[in-house]
Design a protein around this ligand. Structure first.
Ligand SMILES: [Zn+2]
Length: 81
């Protein structure tokens, strides 16, 4: 039987879908019975999605593009406008 501390250890793998069929089933069985772990998994999933959302955000590319444009404009107008 999967214990709460076992579940905490493999929770991120479970959310990422990296667990095997047997482990996934054990986690699901445990979640059916344990409200504590249900909310734990829920919170973990939310924070993982938040992190993934941040890494998908292409701030660097956008910033680099704006920087390029600013440099180009500065080169085309040496005296400033
Ligand atoms: Zn539990």
């Amino acid at each position: 039987m999967l214990m709460c501390r076992d579940l905490a250890r493999i929770a991120s793998d479970y959310i990422d879908g990296k667990l095997g069929t047997t482990d996934t089933l054990s986690v699901k069985m445990h979640l059916l019975m344990c409200r504590h772990c249900r909310s734990f998994i829920g919170n973990l999933r939310e924070s993982i999605q938040l992190m993934k959302g941040h890494s998908d955000y292409r701030m660097d590319e956008d910033y680099a593009r704006r920087l390029d444009r600013a440099v180009e404009e500065a080169l085309n107008n040496p005296g400033g406008s």
